[in-house]
Design a protein around this ligand. Structure first.
Ligand code: ATR
Length: 279
């Protein structure tokens, strides 16, 4: 087997890609760990995806992160896809094992590691979650919560999408109409927003937190802005809250380790740099 390149090259691919914060993250770790290697943005239009993967195989690149709109389409070009990626239905990290290209989805890992870091013990009491939204991000969140033994009430503007996830993820996920949220909150231990609502440029999420169990943790995977209206409201009511920035940081760790051979640790300086980039 050929030895790995002395200066591994990794990428993030998407279309558009200018907004990706992944180069900031991986560039920080390469620099602070003193590693030879590079991590660059690549704008890959959908019709160029197949050619990009051929180049990835031929040119000895270490691998890449994958973002919108390629996370589903790229799966067809890989030799193997992890169980997490298969269940979530999307790949966000590709690396090579000799000649083979392997795909994983690290969003559920990032989701759990963020909560473990910012709210230790969050999953140790009773395990009833309410998840808002039924898009791609919700699939990663469901996969993660199920792995920690949660039962999940899922609601979405478009009820049929929530029903599809109920069917896909099994009996511990139950779809509810959005009008039923108030009734679900009284027994909720962990409330998670996976919708785009509350993100800069989108309307705010409108949920009345009055019925929410006082001990409940409130987590928003949105991180622009860092403190969404949902988190501000939850804090005002005395709930423990966790923002979404740590998920971005943690989901990047497995890819970096596979490409560059060192497992990075999240630190306060990196978080501060990302916060400054968001503001
Ligand atoms: P992602 O991959 O980031 O989850 P997505 O698949 O487009 O993106 O899903 C976005 C989620 O935000 C969906 O749950 C969507 O609800 P619908 O399935 O009804 O579209 C939710 N969402 C987006 N805009 C919304 C809005 N204005 N009101 C309510 N929900 C919204």
């Amino acid at each position: 087997m050929p030895s790995p390149p002395a200066r591994p090259r990794a990428f993030v691919i998407g279309h558009p890609i200018a907004q990706s914060r992944s180069p900031l993250l991986h560039g920080y770790w390469l620099q602070t760990l003193g590693l030879a290697g590079s991590y660059e943005r690549q704008d890959v239009a959908p019709e160029k995806l197949a050619a990009f993967i051929v180049a990835l195989r031929q040119d000895g690149w270490a691998g890449c992160n994958v973002t919108v709109p390629h996370k589903q389409a790229v799966m067809a070009f890989l030799d193997e896809v992890s169980p997490a990626a298969r269940a979530i239905g999307a790949v966000n990290t590709i690396w090579r094992d000799g000649e083979r290209l392997l795909g994983d989805n690290t969003d559920s890992f990032g989701f759990l590691a963020n909560l473990d870091e910012r709210a230790p013990g969050w999953d140790e009491a009773s395990k009833q979650a309410v998840v808002l939204g039924a898009g791609g991000a919700a699939r990663a969140v469901l996969f993660a919560l199920l792995s920690r033994g949660f039962t999940i009430a899922l609601t979405n503007r478009t009820f049929e999408r929530a029903q599809e996830l109920e069917i896909a993820f099994g009996s511990k996920v139950k779809a509810y109409d959005a009008t039923q949220v108030p009734g679900l909150l009284s027994s909720c231990d962990v409330l998670v927003n996976t919708t785009a609502l509350g993100m800069v440029g989108k309307p705010n999420l409108s949920v009345d937190l009055t019925p929410l169990k006082p001990s409940a943790l409130v987590h928003d995977i949105v991180y622009v802005p860092l403190r969404t209206e949902l988190l501000i409201q939850a804090e005002a009511r005395g709930h423990r809250t966790v923002d979404g920035l740590g998920m971005l940081i943690h989901q990047a760790i497995p890819g970096f380790e596979r490409w560059f051979g060192v497992r990075p640790l999240p630190d306060a300086t990196l978080r501060a740099r990302l916060e400054a980039d968001i503001l």
